[in-house]
Design a protein around this ligand. Structure first.
Ligand code: PMP
Length: 384
C-alpha cells in the first residue's frame, strides 16, 4: 500500500470525527478545576449547570425549539427508546417505516410482543415513504386511541431524506404524535420542529462532529412521555441521572459549528460524492447505485458491485474506512433490512458498500479511495 498508508476515512455515517473546536470546548470541563455536579447548589455546580443550559440552548437553536424542551440522553439509541417506550401507555398504535434504525424497530417489536398494534410502512425503490400510504394508514387506524408515528428524517444506510414536513403536517391533522429520528440528518439538513409539526426529535453527538455518548430528545410541551428509569429527578424526571458536563459542552459547540457551516459543508460534500460516484462507475463496470441521486444526504453513496462479497472485499482494503451496508446491521451478519426493503436481491445486498463523506473529506481522499478499490478489483481479476 506504500503511499496510501494513511487511513482514508469515508465512514461519516457511522461516526463523524470530533471537530477540533468541539474538542477545545470540552477540554476545560475535563480538568480538576471544573469539578462540579450541575445539579449541586454551589458555585461549581452553578457553573456546570450554566454550561449544560448553554448546550440545551444551542441544540434548541439548531432545530427551532426552546431550551426547556431538550432532554439530554446518552445518544440516539436512548432517545429513540424514551420516545417509543415512554409513550407506550398513552398510544394505541404505532406506525413506523420499514427502514428505521434498529433502535426504533426493536423497541417497537418489543411493544408488538406485548400487544401493541403496529403498522410497518413500505418504502419505494429509493427508500422513500409515500405520504399517501401514511395517510391511508392513519385514516384506517384512527379509531383505537392515539397513534404514534416514527419516521426517520434521513436513512443511515442509503441516505434517503423523507418528506418530513408533509409527514408531520399529516400526523398533526390526524391527531397522531410524530417522532422523527434525525440522528443522520442534522449535520447537513435544515430541520425546524414547528415548521415540520414534529412532536419528538432524536439527535446524536457523534453524528454531528461532537462526542459519542451523548444525544438528545426534543419533546414538545404537552406530549405525555414517561420516563424509562427512575432516580434523582433530573431533567424533569423524564431522564434522571447526572448529565456529563464535558460531553454537553462538546455537543453544544458541535451544534453551533453545524449551524454556522452546514450550507458550505453540504455543497462541498455533495460535489465530492458526485466525483466519487463518477470515478467508481469507471472503475467498476455494472456498478449499481442503491442510494437515491436526489433527495439524499450529500455525503451518502451506497452502491453494489455485481458478484462481489463486500465484507470479504473490505479485508483487501485496510487503508480505507468504509462500511458494508450499515455498521449496525453488519454486526449481526444478516442482510440489511434497509436494502431488502428497497427490493435488492441477497446478492446485491451482499455486494453493497456504503461510503460516508463528511466535513474532513478531501478530493485527494476520493482519488486515493478509488485508486485502492481499482487496485483491489484488479488483484481479484476484475476489469478496471
Ligand atoms: N438512529 C440512526 C438513524 C443512526 O444512524 C444511529 C447510529 N447508527 C442511531 C440511531 C443510534 O445512535 P447512537 O449511536 O447515538 O445511539
Amino acid at each position: 500500500m506504500g503511499e496510501n498508508r494513511r487511513l482514508i476515512y469515508l465512514d461519516h455515517l457511522a461516526s463523524t470525527p470530533l471537530d477540533p473546536e468541539v474538542r477545545a470546548a470540552m477540554l476545560p470541563w475535563l480538568t480538576a478545576a471544573a469539578a462540579g455536579n450541575p445539579h449541586s447548589d454551589h458555585t461549581a455546580g452553578w457553573r456546570a449547570a450554566a454550561a449544560v443550559d448553554d448546550t440545551r440552548a444551542s441544540i434548541a437553536r439548531l432545530i427551532g425549539a426552546r431550551p426547556s424542551e431538550i432532554i439530554l440522553t446518552s445518544g440516539a439509541t436512548e432517545a429513540n427508546n424514551i420516545a417509543l417506550l415512554g409513550l407506550a401507555d398513552t398510544v394505541g398504535r404505532i406506525i413506523v417505516s420499514a427502514i428505521e434504525h434498529p433502535s426504533v424497530l426493536e423497541p417497537v417489536e418489543a411493544l408488538r410482543n406485548r400487544g401493541m398494534a403496529v403498522t410497518v410502512l413500505p418504502v419505494d425503490r429509493v427508500g422513500r415513504v409515500d405520504p399517501a400510504t401514511l395517510a391511508a394508514a392513519l385514516t384506517r387506524e384512527g379509531a383505537a386511541g392515539r397513534t404514534l408515528v416514527s419516521i426517520m428524517a434521513a436513512n443511515n444506510e442509503i441516505g434517503t431524506v423523507q418528506p418530513l414536513a408533509e409527514i408531520g403536517r399529516m400526523c398533526r391533522a390526524h391527531g397522531a404524535i410524530f417522532h422523527t429520528d434525525a440522528a443522520q440528518a442534522l449535520s447537513t439538513q435544515t430541520l425546524d420542529v414547528a415548521a415540520a409539526a414534529i412532536d419528538l426529535l432524536t439527535l446524536s453527538g457523534h453524528k454531528l462532529y461532537g462526542p459519542g455518548g451523548i444525544g438528545a430528545l426534543y419533546v414538545r410541551p404537552g406530549v405525555p412521555c414517561r420516563p424509562l428509569f427512575f432516580g434523582g429527578g433530573q431533567q424533569g424526571g423524564l431522564r434522571p441521572g447526572t448529565v456529563p458536563v464535558a460531553l454537553c459542552a462538546g455537543l453544544g459547540e458541535a451544534c453551533r459549528q453545524v449551524l454556522a457551516g452546514r450550507e458550505d459543508d453540504t455543497r462541498r460534500i455533495a460535489a465530492l460524492r458526485d466525483r466519487l460516484y463518477a470515478a467508481l462507475c469507471e472503475a467498476c463496470p455494472g456498478l449499481q447505485r442503491n442510494s437515491p441521486a436526489e433527495g439524499v444526504l450529500p455525503g451518502c453513496l451506497n452502491v453494489s458491485v455485481p458478484g462481489l462479497d463486500a465484507a470479504d472485499f473490505l479485508l483487501d482494503l485496510p487503508g480505507l474506512a468504509v462500511s458494508t451496508g450499515a455498521a449496525c446491521s453488519s454486526l449481526s451478519g444478516r442482510p440489511s433490512h434497509v436494502l431488502r426493503a428497497i427490493c435488492l436481491t441477497a446478492e446485491q445486498a451482499h455486494g453493497s458498500l456504503r461510503f460516508g463523506l463528511g466535513r474532513s473529506t478531501t478530493a485527494d481522499d476520493v482519488e486515493a479511495a478509488v485508486a485502492q478499490i481499482s487496485a483491489a478489483l484488479r488483484d481479484r481479476g476484475r476489469p478496471e
